[in-house]
Design a protein around this ligand. Structure first.
Ligand SMILES: [Zn+2]
Length: 110
């Protein structure tokens, strides 16, 4: 379970940022968790309370957003969900694909 390292790193990032920016109070932390990141959100949520116990983040709330893992077919430019589609483009069954980053211009849909 590598999530404990992820949670510890997240807590350190937030506490370091708060210290550097004179932030005294934090009520909640919102984390985006990518579907293709190999991090299991349920484990992150489960590990958060014991990791923050005794730290300035002890009474904070953790909110985990799941970010869908999207890919762009390099043959037809279709954008599809990698997990739902088992990694195959549903337009032509192609397996050639590149990762799609939300916010990129959407090809083929202008
Ligand atoms: Zn395709």
């Amino acid at each position: 379970m590598h999530e404990i390292g992820v949670v510890r790193a997240m807590v350190k990032t937030v506490t370091d940022y708060a210290a550097a920016n004179q932030i005294d109070e934090i009520s909640e932390i919102v984390a985006d968790c990518g579907e293709l990141s190999l991090v299991i959100p349920e484990y992150v949520e489960e590990l958060y309370p014991p990791v923050v116990k005794g730290t300035p983040l002890e009474n904070t709330k953790l909110i985990v957003n799941i970010v869908p893992g999207m890919a762009e077919c390099e043959d037809c430019d279709e954008i599809f969900n990698v997990i739902e589609c088992n990694g195959y483009c549903q337009q032509n069954g192609a397996v050639r694909q590149g990762l799609y980053h939300p916010g990129d211009p959407c090809p083929g849909r202008t």
